[in-house]
Design a protein around this ligand. Structure first.
Ligand code: HEC
Length: 240
């Protein structure tokens, strides 16, 4: 009984925490497809081109990109600019920790498993929710990460957004467009879904394989149970 109470209590408090993490600003649902290799490849390219300048992904090796359908040649050609980097290397940041700390006040966190701690909906909402804010050091702010030290890296593609505040308090109720970006709103959102898809893949590269093996194991267990039952019936036939 005690155990059941503890389980119920932890489930309730965890769901409470998850709701609190949103801070009132609702998250957008990230409709991503972990089996869509092209989406993962586009996401990987955005990640390598736009994020590794500040962040690292030290649990991720370049050659792991083979799991999303890229050949060793493609990995070398499209993902590795520097000759000193090998396909077997992990994804390191272009900036060293102390310079980053000086520039941003915090060290940009390693993103290998960020999808595990934040979840896909949070990440997707974070990427599309940067808005212009002259009061911050970077000139940017984020609806779900107030006073974030990361600048908006996609203002060119997305265009500039401004926050819309509630009349009675200072809470943000939405974002409105100030300038058009080089991508349509739809195309930009799609590219952020690709990026989120890749971050989720990176959090557990073997996830799809694990699910396949899981199904096979269940099928085997069902067949095995049937066979065990048939053998038992055969053995006991003469006893009765
Ligand atoms: C100019 C440097 C810079 C670039 C480029 C950059 N980031 Fe960041 N990012 C930061 C900094 C600094 C933080 C820490 C923010 C804070 O704690 O206030 C951060 C925080 C984050 C976080 C929040 C992590 C957490 O759980 O708190 C995520 C997710 C993230 N970045 C993803 C990305 C992705 C994906 C890209 C590429 C599209 C990217 N960043 C590009 C500097 C950068």
């Amino acid at each position: 009984m005690k155990i059941i109470m503890v389980v119920i209590w932890s489930v309730l408090s965890f769901s409470g925490l998850a709701a609190a993490a949103g801070g009132g600003y609702s998250l957008n649902k990230a409709n991503i497809d972990a089996t869509d290799a092209e989406s993962l490849q586009r996401g990987a390219k955005i990640f390598a081109d736009r994020c590794l300048s500040c962040h690292a992904a030290t649990f991720m090796r370049y050659n792991r990109l083979a799991d999303i359908g890229l050949s060793q040649g493609q990995i070398k050609q499209y993902f590795i600019a520097d000759d000193s980097v090998k396909v077997g290397d992990t994804m390191k940041s272009a900036i060293d920790a102390s310079t980053a700390k000086q520039m941003f006040g915090v060290i940009p966190p390693d993103l290998s498993v960020v999808s595990r701690s934040r979840g896909s909906d949070w990440l997707y909402t974070y990427f599309i929710s940067f808005y212009k804010d002259e009061t911050t050091t970077t000139g940017w702010n984020n609806s779900i990460f107030p006073n974030v030290a990361m600048p908006n890296v996609f203002s060119q593609e997305q265009g500039i957004l401004r926050a819309v505040y509630a009349a009675d308090d200072k809470s943000i109720v939405g974002l409105e467009r100030e300038t058009q970006g080089s991508l349509t709103a739809r195309a930009f959102d799609d590219s952020m879904l690709d990026l989120t898809n890749f971050l989720v893949f990176m959090g557990e590269p073997a996830a799809e394989k694990r699910k396949q093996i899981g199904s096979l194991v269940i099928i085997f267990l069902i067949l095995f149970a049937f066979m065990a039952w048939a053998v038992k019936r055969e053995f006991w036939k003469d006893v009765h």
